[in-house]
Design a protein around this ligand. Structure first.
Ligand code: LMR
Length: 334
């Protein structure tokens, strides 16, 4: 009798410790680092992904989002992902060159996309898939493309034509195509981490820069840039990427739930990117600090003419096949 009770107690205690350990099992932590403000398309989409990932995995996964270069800034975050001190990032497509994935710089070619529809033909098609395969040997898996929007030039002197930027020092992201773009305007490119741009503009280290409106506004660039011209000459968007070893090592059901959360977050990201770039332009206008110039189609054509030679010039860096694959997907016309 005594033996029987002891045995049942032992079974009970084993069972309860199993349930306790399940209930209190440590969640899988995904550190998701990015460089922009919370109230941007990427910041909002990262928070949305966190919410859905935690809901769908019923707490098995905890996503910690670190915005504003709080954890890592440009030039640091890729390495952090590769060594696994963060698990997820969403760098701009202009930041993959230093990793050796130069084909990504095709997105930086000026005026290569007329609108978001053109762009989605690339990101949602074979070119988008092909680009992600370039990341695998580097220990990185590409999960999704998230929109931001089209970039416009700003400075402290009026900008109407490309000649107005001649000789100006302009901050760019770390992309050789963007360097060529700035040189095509006879201006001076200055690669700089995003977290340093406001101060560089304030102190005159650089004269101007290029941004989608949501980044301009949330970095308060209206305080340090008197003129913003809606050149919309190039695209800025993101690839959401994860450490491959971490991702492949996840239980299949958890990975599936995270994929669902990512699909939902992508729809959300692209929707708010459009909305925010419009509402933030109004917000910049309302500050009254920056004069906003809109170009006529003829004026835009002058910019296009000045910048299109960059496509040919960068062919050997990006790869002719990649550029042509994008042209084909979007039915690009010179
Ligand atoms: C920039 O450096 O200008 C952008 O890549 C920042 C961002 O992540 O949108």
């Amino acid at each position: 009798m005594f033996k029987k009770v002891t045995k049942s107690l032992a079974v009970l205690s084993a069972a309860s410790s199993f349930f306790v350990s399940c209930a209190f099992a440590e969640p899988i932590v995904i550190k998701f680092s990015h460089v922009v403000a919370v109230d941007t398309p990427k910041g909002q989409a990262a928070d949305f992904f966190k919410k859905r990932a935690e809901e769908l995995t019923k707490g098995k996964v905890k996503v910690e989002v670190y915005p504003n270069s709080q954890l890592y800034k440009d030039g640091e975050e890729m390495e952090a992902l590769q060594i696994g001190t963060v698990q997820m990032l969403a760098p701009s497509l202009a930041k993959f060159g230093p990793l050796g994935a130069k084909e990504f710089e095709v997105f930086d070619l000026p005026y290569i996309f007329n609108n978001e529809d053109d762009l989605h033909k690339v990101t949602a098609g074979p070119v988008g898939k092909m680009l992600f395969t370039k990341l695998e040997p580097k220990g990185i898996t590409g999960l999704a493309y998230w929109d931001n929007g089209f970039k416009s030039f700003s400075a402290n002197t009026p900008i109407k034509t490309p000649a107005d930027l001649k000789g100006k020092k302009l901050r760019i992201q770390s992309s050789k195509v963007l360097e060529a773009e700035i040189r095509a305007l006879k201006a001076i490119p200055q690669v700089m981490a995003f977290s340093e741009v406001y101060q560089a503009l304030q102190t005159g280290v650089v004269d101007g820069t290029e941004n989608p409106i949501s980044n301009f506004y949330t970095q308060k660039m209206q305080e340090v840039q008197k003129y913003l011209t809606l050149t919309e000459h190039g695209y800025l968007g993101y690839a959401v990427i994860v450490n491959k070893k971490f991702w492949d090592g996840l239980p299949a059901d958890v990975r599936g739930e995270l994929e669902t959360a990512m699909t939902e977050a992508t729809v959300y990201a692209n929707k708010i990117a459009k909305e925010k770039n419009i509402s933030d332009l109004e917000a910049v206008r309302k500050t009254g600090k920056t004069e906003i110039t809109t170009l006529t189609p003829a004026e835009r054509e002058v910019w296009r003419k000045a910048l299109l030679p960059v496509h040919k010039e960068m062919e050997s860096r990006i790869g002719k096949e990649t550029i042509e694959a994008v042209y084909k997907a979007t039915d690009f016309k010179n």
